[in-house]
Design a protein around this ligand. Sequence first.
Ligand SMILES: C[S@@+](CC[C@H](N)C(=O)[O-])C[C@H]1O[C@@H](n2cnc3c(N)ncnc32)[C@H](O)[C@@H]1O
Length: 223
Amino acid sequence: MSEEEIAELRSRILSMARKAETGKDPLGWFEDLYESSNGNESMIPWSNGEAHQFLIEWMRSVSPGGKALVVGSGLGEDAAHLAKIGWDVTAFDISPTAIEWSSKIYGDLNIHWRVENLLNLPDEWVGHWDLVVEVHILQAIPEGIRNSASKKLAPLLAPGGKLICIGRYESSNEYSEGPPWPLAESFIHSIGEGLNQTHFEVKSRDHDEAGLLRYISVWDRQV
Ligand SMILES: C[S@@+](CC[C@H](N)C(=O)[O-])C[C@H]1O[C@@H](n2cnc3c(N)ncnc32)[C@H](O)[C@@H]1O
């Protein structure tokens, strides 16, 4: 994609998100974007065909096995990585098109794909998961509902389970025209309320533009 095309896509996404924010369905633009992309992955700006670098690196220190839940799985790269290293993976997204699309890309992997909304998950998922992974979801949800969404994550863990969150880190108090909206450190720490935070790190990905900071935060639920 040329720089001009990237700028055009960004402006289209901002306008879709703005319109949705003021309407009845602030998250509806995700499905609109996936659907209107007609199977062209280059139209999904957060997808590059690979799992997030921080997730790949962090998972090297965790023994695989157990039930993993991938929140807002997009085109499924993180879910596929976890399945390949030995986790029993369920991945969900609010967008039916994203879920259908991922299930085709990774049809050879035994992943349970589900259309679900983080704000209203099945009751039986509470306390069920050995690993919950959230990459770039909370930063894509408007502030008005972000807090309610973040509170849904910690209760999903089974005793001994781990929560991993990865996203953009707010490094200044300047207003950022999102999505994405970089997250303040105090908000990030609040995601794991009631859990034991075992790791928190702010850094950049290998090919990030200068000054772009991201975080990875990991929590355990006590056995
Ligand atoms: C910025 S994308 C990130 C996708 C993927 N995690 C990645 O890193 O490539 C945000 C994703 O979250 C999904 N999403 C947004 N709000 C959601 C919600 N309330 N419940 C489930 N999925 C949601 C969107 O459809 C979209 O696929």
